[in-house]
Design a binder for this molecule. Sequence first.
Ligand code: WTA
Length: 657
Amino acid sequence: MTQSPGQGQALDNLLTESRTFPPSDEFAAQANAQPELYEEAKADREAFWAKQAERLHWDTKWTQVLDWSDAPFAKWFVGGKLNVAYNCVDRHVESGHGDQVAIHWEGEPGDSRAITYAELQREVCKAANALKSLGIGAEDRVAIYMPMVPEAIFSMLACARLGAMHSVVFGGFSAEALRTRIEDSSCKLVITTDGQFRRGNPFPLKPAVDEAVAAAPSVEKVLVVRRTGSEVAWSDKDVWWHELVDGQSDVHTPEAFDSEHPLFILYTSGTTGKPKGILHTSGGYLTQASYTQHYVFDLKPDTDVYWCTADIGWVTGHSYIVYGPLSNRVTQVVYEGTPNTPHEGRHWEIVQKYGVSIYYTAPTLIRTFMKWGADIPAKYDLSSLRVLGSVGEPINPEAWIWYRENVGGGKAPIVDTWWQTETGAIMISPLPGVISTKPGSAQQPLPGIGAKVVNDEGVEVPHGGGGYLVLDEPWPSMLRGIWGDEERYRDTYWSRFGEQGFYFAGDGAKYDADGDIWLLGRVDDVMNVSGHRISTTEVESALVSHPTVAEAAVVGASDATTGQGIVAFVILRGGAGSDAGGAEAIKALRDHVAKEIGPIAKPRQIMVVPELPKTRSGKIMRRLLRDVAENRAVGDVTTLADSSVMDLISAGLQSGK
Ligand code: WTA
């Protein structure tokens, strides 16, 4: 927490941006959100959220909106009962929309499938019956390690239907990362595929599951979807999806669960090496996912075609591919592959093909599109697009303007949505049609949400001032804890401003002169690489687990495309051999990190150094290493135990060692 907000100079540009884009009269007139929404929420917050909860079907109505008596553990819609999957699927069929397409699925090799709500209902029921036959019931944990195939969504909803908790692990994580996550929450079942298509080629996925499961005794069965048709090893735990699920009855009666019944665990990086299992529950989570989907994206279920480009392995995929959209009876595109397969216009081709009207993506991808050139989107008909979204990291004004001009036809409002795995749903964002947007600023907490920028003492800073982002009111989709670690939950989020009772988000932020909020990046040891949270300690542990490495320090250095890039400084072991710092050896270290965590954690650069800068108490001063990584003059070294260390490092790097 001693670091200054992470993204260096780009932020100075951010903060001099002053353009605003008022909504057009035409958009404002048809918008779901009206200015009164803010007033209404302010007048009576709990009544406001109760009204939002009415968006859902409850089998039993709640008796109390919020119980905060056991803070920081919230209970929302106390006494209410509902089934989350019923709310996302069955009720739309019952209201006469069974023939509406829920998912236009687009496979990377070009295969596609349109799934109506009636079909989705049948698929989810079959999957629920199959899971039940494997002994899965309420509160059991199911790991889902899959690419973006329809069965991944069926599986999540089947768990929700049974009251089982899913723990989706991003398909790009390593066997080791999967194993630790399976083990932490004792998953009974793993659902996976034989392989996945990536950049035009099939890649195996099941071998990672085999490796993880061999060391995770809690796993009783592995359910395998055939996707690539590649050869897989087979054990008695393995069951083919098509053999088990396809033959099941497509009727399943959902059971209503308590509003606070656990829905899922999703692991995210914290400031230590061990990922945190963020716990979300049912009624409050679904209420806020549904509410934000409706207002922030201005979703019109009868006419819009929505596309969120995230992977279900991240929270954005949970809340804005599965629960938010489906609870609103969306028609959406789900795309399996990478944006440049088979060509760099793939996304725009898909937008044109399906007439996508709402598109939600991450700044890192927008910057990649910028690099590929404006002539690529210009080749396609993007006139259907009417709302654009951004999430995952601060968006620089240049990228924002490029997005608006080249994707949004110079008129689609952009919603820059700030939130976290922990918040479950969007917290800060302009409401399209109501708020004049500003390139680079997420602007205002949504109606019903309390957010502030405070100084070290927890006192709100004046307009123009900067500090830490806090959330000063409980919200329905807030995390209910960290799986199996109550203390860590209190420490991580509630101790920094314990006296004030604020939730500490871990982000630096600033108010501009109008009081709009600008996010400035993480203030802890968490890096944000292409919108993915990776902790410096996690990568350090991976590096020191390699036999040639004695010590490692990792920093996030600003990167024009990925936001931050991972830069590692390593001290080699005495016996590592003269070759240990060579190109081959560095490559081996990068590959080792990919194997330990996943390719997303591969350092951009690894520098071999003789020493690391440490304080007298032994804490590594990453601030100084970031100066080196970003080619800046090294800052104040007076708190170092040995102030000559930085000279040693710089000298070593210059001599190319
Ligand atoms: C960052 C992703 C600036 C932030 C939904 C946060 C953002 C972390 C924005 C959460 C945004 C997310 N502007 N920063 N619009 N959205 N962040 O848990 O640092 O993967 O704390 O959730 O991403 O990342 P997570």
